[in-house]
Write a protein that binds this ligand. Structure first.
Ligand SMILES: NC(=O)c1ccc[n+]([C@@H]2O[C@H](COP(=O)([O-])OP(=O)(O)OC[C@H]3O[C@@H](n4cnc5c(N)ncnc54)[C@H](OP(=O)(O)O)[C@@H]3O)[C@@H](O)[C@H]2O)c1
Length: 248
């Protein structure tokens, strides 16, 4: 099976992985709504789409979760339907040694978890009623363990992966494809300040692997690229006393 997407919403499409996914969908003839806070970046992505592409840039802050149901319905109407929702919005902060900043931690939960729950929940209700549709959530290898270097981010991605698994268990029986993708390091604005970036891939490569995974159907959960699955297995099984000594 290879799904062909005709109408898509990409949340977090103003840069990085989400922008690459939106570009690839548009190049395949899919009408796309691109969401993010930075209007100029959204316009830049739209301007880079192939001539004739149907694209709707939408300025939206995912921390405004109460506005999601109305906006979701409006986008479905404007696009003329919906068969794919990608949640790629994300926020990551690496605190300094000794830094405990609840506001900064909270923002990562707001963007990476609550925003995702609002958007994918709206999509799940819509797709369940129609007995079809695909939801893609961009989680991360970082969610495998609670890491000392990025506590709130790893917590948020563990929560996001659990939420997507629960959603899959709820709606896959109604014909809805729920796809969890867990990339390793991807060359985007989010990773520019990181010093160690093993096995890093481009945003386009990540987007292409993510879309290929989504098109296969079957509600998979996949590491991007697949080699990170082995890393995750090893990391998950490291004893806690050893894991806490590592600079991860
Ligand atoms: N890069 C990596 O190595 C890596 C690895 C694993 C997973 N991921 C995940 O991949 C996803 C995409 O990240 P990226 O690497 O492509 O980084 P990025 O270029 O920084 O993209 C982040 C996207 O999230 C959007 N966003 C952030 N806060 C938002 C908010 N409050 N409201 C609406 N949109 C918001 C940004 O748009 P605005 O700023 O315009 O709002 C932007 O479009 C994230 O979920 C990230 O956690 C990345």
């Amino acid at each position: 099976m290879s799904l062909r997407f005709r109408h898509a919403v990409v949340v977090g499409a103003s840069s990085g992985i989400g922008a690459s996914i939106a570009r690839m969908l548009a190049a395949d003839g899919c009408a796309v709504a691109l969401l993010g806070r930075r209007e100029a970046e959204l316009q830049r992505v739209v301007a880079s789409l192939p001539a004739g592409a149907r694209a709707i840039p939408v300025v939206h802050d995912v921390t405004d979760q109460t506005g999601v149901p109305l906006l979701f319905e409006r986008l479905v109407a404007d696009l003329g339907g919906l068969d794919l929702l990608v949640y790629a919005a994300g926020d990551m902060h690496v605190p300094e040694e000794g830094e405990y900043d609840f506001a900064r931690d909270r923002r990562q939960i707001e963007v990476n978890v609550l925003g995702a729950m609002a958007w994918t929940g709206a999509a799940a209700a819509h797709f369940e009623a129609r007995r079809s549709g695909t939801i893609v959530g961009v989680s991360s290898i970082a969610g495998v363990r609670g890491r000392r270097t990025m506590p709130a981010y790893t917590t948020s991605k563990a929560a996001l992966s659990a939420w997507l698994e629960a959603l899959r268990n709820r709606v896959s029986r109604h014909g809805v494809n729920v796809v969890t993708v867990k990339p390793g390091f991807v060359d985007t604005a989010m990773t520019t300040h990181l010093t160690k970036k093993p096995m890093m891939i481009s945003a386009d490569r990540a987007a292409s692997l993510i879309l290929a995974t989504a098109r296969r159907g079957g509600s998979p959960s996949a590491y991007i690229p697949a080699q990170w699955g082995l890393v995750a297995f090893v990391v998950r099984h490291l004893p806690s006393w050893l894991f806490r000594r590592l600079d991860l």
